[in-house]
Write a protein of this length. Structure first.
Ligand SMILES: NC(=O)c1ccc[n+]([C@@H]2O[C@H](COP(=O)([O-])OP(=O)(O)OC[C@H]3O[C@@H](n4cnc5c(N)ncnc54)[C@H](O)[C@@H]3O)[C@@H](O)[C@H]2O)c1
Length: 355
């Protein structure tokens, strides 16, 4: 089992990554024997996973709360229902939540833990590739409201993150590829080792082989934890985690969040941001080619020709990365490292959409 740490001081936490089944010992080590436990999960997870997890927790008071699967379930109503359950079951400050599922479950269960009784402990047990490499680490929790996604939330670190690649076998192709999009993002944020791992093992990654999965998850998390530990509340360097997001979010908004998975949209966003970086002179043509080849090598789509600048412009300028009327873009430099800048020619964005 691989161990990585994130957070600092009292809120430092361990991330365990294994290619074996659920590491029961790690789980039971952090749960007080007398604590009540609420497992929050969603209707898309195979029942057997939830049954096994429930049986693995040694405590006598283990409860399960199932929300519907899908982004819509990250709602205020479901949040209220989780709180109601915690109150009905008389949960106290020493009790605990286990978030067992993808990013939707992690975000809503984490936000419930952050706010119930001003904060109780929670464990992240992510079961999608996206949540294993990204959302379970960093302490961002949130729910959606009608006015927008993730508008209500808190920074609140988990007590432990437990990752088993065995869960990934049942993930749909679309969700798996969505997670791979985030892996690519970490490869281009600042991780030469991750880039080489992908370059040298594309077929093993496509085949979901445990041995390679565990390595790419470890590398992605190391990059994320290094950045989020430096900047827990996203006031500086953490912004580079948004590589591909300005254009990716614009594509998601333009398509009504229906056509593409989040990771697929972010992948197209990274391609466009890399092209802007090329036109701005930050990378050479062969480097742009390398980036696109790497994306394609693991079965991800890099073709953004369906999306035109003229149609996406209003979403791009609406992005939360616009500060004082100037758009901050995350670009990539000649060392394949992402960086933030608001110095660029708008014309180069237009050119990037057209090639
Ligand atoms: N907090 C953060 O830092 C952060 C970062 C990125 C994304 N997010 C959030 O994450 C969410 C997306 O997460 P996601 O991509 O994991 O989607 P998701 O949570 O909706 O899960 C995708 C689907 O996979 C199913 N599923 C989960 N595990 C499975 C398994 N092992 N086998 C079969 N099916 C399984 C789920 O039931 C669901 O239908 C978004 O709400 C996004 O805002 C949060």
């Amino acid at each position: 089992m691989i161990e990585v740490y994130a957070g600092k001081g009292n809120s430092k936490y361990k991330i365990c990554i294994t290619d074996k089944a659920l590491p029961k010992n790690e789980l039971n080590k952090v749960i007080d024997k007398k604590a009540k436990v609420l497992i929050v999960t969603d209707s898309g997870l195979p029942n057997a996973y939830v049954r096994t997890l429930k049986q693995s927790i040694k405590n006598s008071n283990v409860y399960v709360h199932i929300i519907n699967k899908g982004e819509k379930a990250k709602s205020f109503k479901n949040y209220q229902q989780i709180l109601k359950k915690l109150i009905d079951l008389k949960f106290s400050r020493t009790d605990l939540i286990v978030a067992f599922g993808g990013g939707v479950v992690g975000d809503i269960a984490g936000f419930s833990a952050a706010t119930f009784l001003r904060g109780i402990d929670y464990i992240q047990m992510p079961t999608t590739l996206l949540s294993q490499v990204d959302s379970s680490v960093g302490g961002k929790t949130a729910i959606n409201v009608p006015q927008g996604k993730n508008l209500v939330g808190a920074f609140y670190n988990p007590k432990l993150v437990l990752i088993s690649t065995t869960y990934l076998k049942t993930l749909s192709e679309k969700e798996y590829k969505s997670g791979l999009g985030e892996v690519i993002k970490y490869a281009f944020i600042d991780n030469q080792k991750l880039r080489s791992l992908i370059e040298n093992n594309p077929q093993k990654i496509i085949n979901r082989e445990n041995k390679i999965l565990i390595k790419i998850i470890e590398e992605s998390i190391k990059t994320k934890s290094k950045i989020v530990t430096k900047d827990e509340k996203e006031s500086g360097i953490r912004a580079i985690l948004n590589f591909g997001h300005t254009f990716g979010h614009a594509i998601e908004a333009f398509t009504g969040y229906k056509k593409l998975s989040h990771g697929a949209a972010i992948t197209l966003g990274m391609v466009i941001a890399s092209k802007v970086s090329f036109f701005e002179g930050h990378i050479k043509d062969y480097q742009l080619e390398n980036i696109i080849n790497l994306i394609n090598s693991i079965g991800l789509d890099s073709d953004h020709s369906n999306y035109k600048y003229s149609a996406l412009k209003k979403y791009i300028m609406n992005d939360k990365k616009v500060a004082n009327g100037k758009l901050n873009l995350i670009m990539i430099n000649k060392n394949y490292k992402a960086f933030r800048t608001n110095k660029f020619q708008v014309n180069n964005i237009k050119k990037a959409f057209n090639v």
